[in-house]
Design a binder for this molecule. Sequence first.
Ligand code: MF3
Ligand code: CO
Ligand code: CO
Length: 257
Amino acid sequence: MSTVLKKPPLYDASAFVGMRKAGKLAAQVLHYITPFVTEGTSTDELNTLCHDFIVDHGAVPAPLHYRGFPKSVCTSINQVVCHGIPGPKRLKKGDILNIDVTVIVDGWHGDTSTMFAIGPIAPQHQKLMDITKQALDMAIALVRPGCFLGDIGHAIQSLVEPKGYSVVRDFCGHGIGRVFHDDALEVLHYGKPGTGLCLQQGHFFTIEPMINMGRPEVRILKDGWTAETRDGKRSAQYEHTVGVTATGCEIFTRLED
Ligand code: MF3
Ligand code: CO
Ligand code: CO
């Protein structure tokens, strides 16, 4: 509803400069935390390391106290789809973990997440992560002025569903910029080509598909945040923040090698 009533903002060159800085730091957090993501480490320890890195770089972890969220990053293990709350739970061999980082730099938000495999994991779980990453990369490749958001959702859905995976419906990508979640722009990870918003230069948003091995339904745990698959099967997610340019898009949260 909001998508048809409110027009998402079109940002100028100075906003791209701000988002580039925020996106880069968010990506650096994921790079920094990687060697610590090992068997036996608790998600709370990972949260503290990320928090300190963000604050030491003069930035603010956006999730902390956002709508009552108690931690600085989200950590979602195995059947947890998103919004897992870091805690005493320790990583074990065979787990897959998503860490979702959002930082605020000079008022601009950079939002990105990636998957980690702990020790050797089952081939089907590696495949789940691979297809989810492929879905995000393919979606990003479509972004340019004139592309419809429905084209993006459709592409993700048509990649994963024929292979037996499902697309989570309860959460979507979002407009982003000076605010964390701008509901004037909603990026559904399923849809019909040629529908929804037609992208223009200066639109800023995230793409963050959540792909399940089983059914798409989720439930929220009593903590009010943790979203799990109802069937208990595993889920994967990758996320980038992008800005539409004259000819395509800039991925604010991708680190140059
Ligand atoms: N980073 C998540 C997203 O991609 C949102 C987390 S909200 C929080 O939109 F409160 F759980 F942190
Ligand atoms: Co997001
Ligand atoms: Co995120």
